[in-house]
Design a protein around this ligand. Structure first.
Ligand code: SAM
Length: 279
């Protein structure tokens, strides 16, 4: 028992495990996540409906999107951005996601509204397309959940998919947010209202910080009667210099910075939004 608890509480080597797919593809968890996405009041899996509406309006005006434009949304989830972009007249709208559940919802919504949106199921790190896009989006700080190798792979992909005058719009967590994080541990039965399983379980949650890397980890060990499994939720925090240095090898650079993807002026906070383009 001592060994088991000790292992469950151990601090892993930074970025030593990747389980993001469990969060988005396990059928019980995926249902919970979809419910979070679709709650217009909650800013957990997606932002609030009001935020998304304002964000889409800003993206359309900032990047002059029209019936001739091509947009590509990485991790589109249930299509909250793609649906709005297409209904506002954007020409080609493509969404990528590896959550079957979310994509099914996105496809149904598009069909109901008679909107011709292209959805592709799969890992976006493996996506390829001969077309070049005017706007590539990665919203809800999803870049932060990827390890350095995955980020490099994704940025290389962005570079090859971006039209010559195209832009990438994304948001990230900041080092200001990182400075407020600490380490803690919590044991709770059926934690988060049964989020992790339809069966009864104990959840041992440990939060870790990795100082030099500016990474946090929420590690969840779930003990059920019949199985025991672990979910690692890593988050990279960025400052502008750090992001710029990751973009540089791919011939990309930061063109503008904002507080969020509604185009609010840049100020120090937990998140920042960046417009990135070819160097
Ligand atoms: C935090 S949610 C944000 C969803 C959407 N962008 C929004 O704001 O409503 C992250 C989404 O990215 C998807 N995702 C994460 N990693 C992915 C990957 N490697 N390939 C494809 N989809 C991925 C998840 O399935 C999930 O739908």
């Amino acid at each position: 028992m001592f060994k088991k608890i000790d292992e469950a509480c151990a601090k892993p080597v930074v970025w030593s495990a990747y389980t993001a797919d469990v969060l988005w593809t396990d059928s019980h968890i995926a249902k919970q996540m979809l419910a979070f996405h679709l709650n217009p009041e909650l800013s957990l899996a997606s932002r609030t409906a009001e935020f998304i509406g304002a964000s889409v309006d800003w993206l359309i005006s900032e990047f002059n999107l029209s019936a001739e434009s091509k947009t590509l949304d990485f991790g589109c989830g249930p299509g909250l951005y793609t649906q709005r972009l297409k209904s506002k007249g954007v020409g080609t709208v493509v969404g990528l996601d590896f959550s079957q559940n979310s994509l099914e919802h996105a496809r149904e919504q598009a069909k109901e509204s008679k909107l011709d949106i292209e959805y592709h199921y799969g890992n976006y790190l493996e996506y390829s397309d001969a077309r070049k896009f005017d706007l590539i989006t990665l919203v809800m700080c999803d870049l932060c959940a990827l390890n350095p190798e995955q980020r490099a792979m994704l940025l290389g992909k962005f570079k090859s998919l971006l039209a010559s005058n195209g832009s990438i719009a994304l948001d990230v967590y900041t080092t200001t947010r990182f400075a407020a994080q600490g380490e803690s541990r919590n044991l709770e039965k059926n934690a988060m209202g049964g989020f992790w399983s339809a069966e009864e379980y104990w959840c041992l949650q440990s939060n870790f910080i990795y100082e030099p890397e500016m990474v946090t980890l929420d590690k969840y060990v779930i003990f059920e009667d019949s199985r025991e499994w672990t979910v690692y939720n890593w988050l990279q925090h960025f400052d502008l210099e750090m992001l710029a240095s990751e973009l540089e090898p791919h011939g990309l650079e930061i063109k503008a910075k904002y507080s969020d993807l509604r185009g609010n002026p840049f100020e120090d906070g937990n998140e920042m939004a960046l417009v990135i383009s070819h160097k």
